[in-house]
Design a protein around this ligand. Structure first.
Ligand SMILES: [Zn+2]
Length: 434
C-alpha cells in the first residue's frame, strides 16, 4: 500500500553490489540451445536472466495438481520475493526488475499470454528509472470481448543504508494472490466468458504510478474492462482479535459487485467486510491508497481487498514470519469465488460515480472498535486512547439510526479509522524485541 510519504529509493551503488553478489551465488549458467531467444523480452542482460532463472529453480513449485492456494505455496512465493537478494524490491532497482522477470516467468509457465503486444512487460520511466509492470492474459473463447483485471504491486521500499524493507505483506502477499488466481483460472480457461488480465504493478510506492501508466497507456482496452480486483497487504492480521476479518473496499460503486460480494463474503472462519473507499482517503480520492485509483477514475467497478496495515507496515519487520498464511489462503478463496461469478458471466456490472455514505460502514466500525476495546489490556491500549475509541463508538452509534451518511457522518467514520490505525501502529506482539 502506498504511503503519502514514500521513503527514498536505495542508492544505485548498493543495489549494484547486491546484484553482483546474487550473480556470484549462481553456480553456472543454465543450458540454453544455441540461437534460442529468451521467451521474455526483458532488459537486464543474460547474466541477470540466468541468475534469475537459477533462483526460480530454487523455489518449491509443487506438482501440477498442487493447490495454488495452499498456505505453504503462498509462503514460498512471498519468502522468495522478500529474500535478502531482492533487497526490498525498490522501485526501478535491479532487484525490482528481477522480481518483475520472475513474475513474468511464472505467468508464462502458468500459461498466460503476454498482454502487451507480445511482451509480458509494460515498461515506463519514472524518476529517472526504468520501471516495468508485468501483464499476462488468459483469453476466454470467442465471442468474449470484455476484460477483468486482477492485480497487485510488486515494488516496495528497497533499502535505506543497511536496513532492508522486505515488503512481505506489502505486497509480496498480493503478488502471491495474483499468481495463485492465475494458476487456478488457467486450468478453467474454457469456461471463461470474459478475458482475464493478471497484472503486477511497479512504482506503486511512488504514488500508484505503475497502475496509472498501465491504464493511461492503454495496455488493455479500458472501455472494455468491466471489473478490477486489487490486493494490497492480504497476508496479515490487523490486530489480535481480527483474525477472521478482511476488508473489501469499492463495492459502494456498483450494486452488481456488491451483490456478488454479499454472496461470497462469508467463508469458513473469515468474513470479507464491505467498506466504503472514502474511509481510507481522508484527504480525498486524489490521495488514494492503492492501485484501484486509476481504474476508478475510468469508472471501472472494482474491489480492493486488504487485511489493512498491521504494526509492521512500512518497517523492516514486514517479514515472512509475520503473515497468517491460512488466513491469506481463505481470503483468496473469497476472491476466487467473486471472480468466478464475474468471469463466467456476461451480466453487465454498473458503476455508481458518486456513492452515498452507507450507514453499514458505521455499524461495521462500531463492531470493530468494540472488539478492539474488549482486548484493551492485551493490546496495551492506554486509558486515554480507549476513551477516544469509546467516544467514536458513541458518535457512530448515533449515525446508525440515520438512512445514509452525509459529509459529517463520513468524516466521523474516517476519524474512527484513523484512531484504529494508530492503535495498530503502536501495537507490538508479545515478546517482541527490536
Ligand atoms: Zn506500501
Amino acid at each position: 500500500m502506498g504511503s503519502r510519504q514514500p521513503l527514498p529509493a536505495p542508492r544505485d551503488q548498493r543495489v549494484r553490489t547486491a546484484t553482483r553478489r546474487l550473480r556470484r551465488r549462481v553456480p553456472r549458467p543454465l543450458p540454453r540451445a544455441r540461437g534460442q531467444r529468451c521467451a521474455l523480452h526483458g532488459a537486464g542482460g543474460p547474466a541477470m536472466r540466468q541468475a534469475l532463472l537459477a533462483v526460480v529453480l530454487l523455489l518449491p513449485q509443487g506438482n501440477r495438481r498442487a493447490d495454488p492456494f495452499a498456505p505453504a505455496r503462498l509462503r514460498a512465493t512471498v519468502s522468495f520475493l522478500a529474500s535478502d537478494e531482492m533487497r526490498g524490491r525498490g522501485t526501478g532497482s535491479p532487484e525490482g526488475k528481477m522480481a518483475a522477470e520472475w513474475i513474468a516467468e511464472r505467468f508464462e509457465k502458468i500459461g498466460l499470454e503476454p498482454a502487451n503486444n507480445g511482451s509480458f512487460f509494460h515498461e515506463f520511466r519514472f524518476g529517472g528509472k526504468e520501471c516495468r509492470n508485468v501483464a499476462g492474459i488468459l483469453r476466454a473463447p470467442p465471442p468474449a470481448r470484455e476484460f477483468v483485471v486482477v492485480g497487485a504491486h510488486h515494488d516496495h521500499l528497497g533499502g535505506i543504508g543497511k536496513t532492508i524493507y522486505p515488503g512481505v505483506d506489502d505486497n509480496a502477499s498480493g503478488v502471491a494472490g495474483v499468481l495463485a488466481l492465475a494458476e487456478h483460472f488457467a486450468a478453467r480457461k474454457k469456461g471463461l466468458k470474459r478475458h482475464m488480465v493478471f497484472v503486477s504493478y511497479d512504482a506503486e510506492e511512488k504514488g500508484l504510478i505503475g497502475s496509472k501508466r498501465f491504464v493511461g497507456h492503454g495496455v488493455i482496452a479500458i472501455d472494455k474492462t468491466v471489473f478490477m480486483l486489487v490486493f494490497d497487504l492480504i497476508g496479515g492480521v490487523f490486530l489480535p482479535g481480527q483474525e477472521q476479518r478482511v476488508y473489501a473496499l469499492g463495492s459502494e460503486h456498483s450494486k452488481a459487485v456488491r451483490a456478488v460480494l454479499e454472496q461470497h463474503r462469508k467463508a469458513e472462519a473469515l468474513e470479507a467486510i464491505p467498506l466504503g473507499t472514502y474511509l481510507i482517503e481522508p484527504v480525498g480520492p486524489a490521495f488514494a491508497r492503492s492501485d484501484y485509483s486509476a481504474y476508478r477514475a475510468k469508472h471501472v467497478p472494482y474491489l480492493f481487498m486488504t487485511a489493512a496495515t498491521p504494526w509492521y507496515y512500512h518497517t523492516p519487520f514486514d517479514r515472512p514470519e509475520r503473515l497468517d498464511y491460512e488466513k491469506a489462503s481463505r481470503t483468496l478463496g473469497i476472491a476466487r469465488a467473486i471472480l468466478a461469478d464475474i468471469v463466467t458471466s456476461t451480466k453487465p456490472l454498473d458503476f455508481v460515480a458518486k456513492p452515498a455514505g452507507e450507514v453499514q460502514d458505521a455499524r461495521d466500525l462500531v463492531r470493530m472498535i468494540e472488539s478492539v476495546l474488549e482486548r484493551q489490556k492485551e493490546l496495551r491500549i492506554s486509558e486515554r486512547r480507549a476513551g477516544t475509541l469509546r467516544a467514536h463508538v458513541e458518535r457512530l452509534a448515533k449515525l446508525t439510526a440515520t438512512d445514509e451518511l452525509g459529509g459529517r457522518g463520513k468524516r466521523a467514520c474516517q476519524m474512527a479509522i484513523m484512531d484504529l490505525l494508530r492503535v495498530a501502529r503502536s501495537y507490538r506482539p508479545p515478546g517482541w524485541k527490536r
